[in-house]
Design a protein around this ligand. Structure first.
Ligand code: 13P
Length: 293
C-alpha cells in the first residue's frame, strides 16, 4: 500500500468510532515491529518521528525506512512528525514527504499558538499535508519519553493545564487546523500516580470541535479510560513509553542471561520485538482499530 492521507484516516476513525494508533518510532526495530503488528491486526497505523531522531541525515534514514514500511504493508500507513516546535522543523519534513505534522505551540499564549499553527497550516495544506496542533497542554510525567523529563525539568500536574472548551471553536476556525491534541488528564511518559481522564470535558469538546481530536500520553492510562475516550471522540492516540518499556525490559533480561556479548543483533532483538508487538496489538484492540484498514 502507498502512503495514506492522515486527514482521511482520522475522518474515517471519527465516522466509525475508533482511534488510529500512532507510535513514535526511532529505528528499524521499532518501525518494523510496529508495522508488522499493525498488518497482523489489519489496523491503520501512524509512524511518528521525534526531533532528536530526525536530526541531520537522521531524517533521510527515517523517511526511507518509513516509505518501505508503508509500501510493503497491507494496511494504511501515515508518516507523522510528532511535537515540532517551529515552522522550519515542519517544512523540512513536509519537503521530505511526511503526510502530517504536529506543531506544538501549547506552551505559548493562545494568540501565539494561533499564529504559529496558521503559518504551518498555510504551507502544509498547499501540499496536501495534515496538521495537528495542541490546545491546553499535555505535560510530561515524572519519567519517560517527554522532552522535559529527558532534561530533568519539573513536571506539571495535568489537571492544571486542561483544554478550555470555550477556546476550541475559535482556535480551529482561526487556524483551520485538521487535528487537535487536547489535554483531558493524560501526561507523557511514566505516571507517578494513576491518571483520571475528564471524559465529560472530552464530550463537551467533541460536540463543538470541527477538528479531529487527539490524545497524547497513551501509555500507562487504564484501558477502560482509553476506551471511554475513544468512544467519546478521540480519533488518534499517541504511544511511546509502553512500547519502549516492553522492548527494553526484554532486551535487558536477554542480555543479562547471556555471557555472549557478540551475539548478532537480529537474534538479540527477536524477543524484545515480540514484546513490543504484544503491546502494539493490545493498544489496537483498546483503540478499536482492529480490522478497520
Ligand atoms: P507516552 O510516551 O506517554 O505514550 O506518550 C507518547 C506521546 O504522546 C507522544 O506524542
Amino acid at each position: 500500500m502507498s502512503l495514506i492521507s492522515t486527514k482521511e484516516m482520522l475522518q474515517d476513525a471519527r465516522a466509525r468510532q475508533y482511534a488510529v494508533p500512532m507510535f513514535d518510532v526511532c529505528n528499524y526495530e521499532t518501525m518494523r515491529g510496529v508495522v508488522d503488528a499493525a498488518n497482523e491486526m489489519n489496523s491503520p497505523v501512524m509512524l511518528a518521528g521525534l526531533k532528536p531522531d530526525l536530526k541531520g541525515v537522521g531524517l533521510d534514514y527515517f523517511i526511507a525506512m518509513a516509505k518501505v514500511a508503508a509500501q510493503n504493508a497491507n494496511v494504511p500507513v501515515a508518516i507523522h512528525l510528532d511535537h515540532a516546535t517551529s515552522f522550519d522543523e515542519c517544512k523540512r519534513v513536509i519537503d521530505a514527504g511526511f503526510n502530517s505534522v504536529m506543531i506544538d505551540a501549547s506552551s505559548h499564549s493562545f494568540t501565539e499558538n494561533v499564529a504559529k499553527v496558521k503559518e504551518v497550516v498555510n504551507y502544509a495544506h498547499q501540499r496536501g499535508v495534515t496538521v495537528e496542533a495542541e490546545l491546553g497542554h499535555v505535560p510530561d510525567a515524572i519519567a519517560g519519553t517527554g522532552e522535559a523529563a529527558q532534561q530533568g525539568i519539573e513536571h506539571k500536574n495535568p489537571k492544571e493545564c486542561l483544554t478550555q472548551p470555550t477556546e476550541v471553536l475559535k482556535f480551529v476556525e482561526q487556524t483551520n487546523v485538521d487535528a487537535l491534541a487536547i489535554a483531558i488528564g493524560t501526561a507523557h511518559g511514566s505516571y507517578v500516580s494513576t491518571p483520571k481522564l475528564e471524559i465529560e470535558l472530552l464530550k463537551e469538546i467533541n460536540a463543538i470541535s470541527p477538528a479531529c481530536l487527539v490524545l497524547h500520553g497513551g501509555s500507562g492510562t487504564p484501558e477502560g479510560q482509553i476506551k471511554a475516550a475513544v468512544a467519546n471522540g478521540i480519533t488518534k492516540v499517541n504511544v511511546f513509553t509502553d512500547i519502549l518499556i516492553a522492548m527494553f525490559s526484554e532486551l535487558k533480561t536477554g542480555l543479562n542471561e547471556s555471557d555472549n556479548m557478540g551475539k548478532w543483533p537480529i537474534f538479540v532483538y527477536e524477543k524484545p520485538i515480540l514484546a513490543l508487538q504484544e503491546v502494539v496489538k493490545n493498544k489496537i484492540i483498546t483503540f478499536n482499530s482492529q480490522n478497520k484498514s
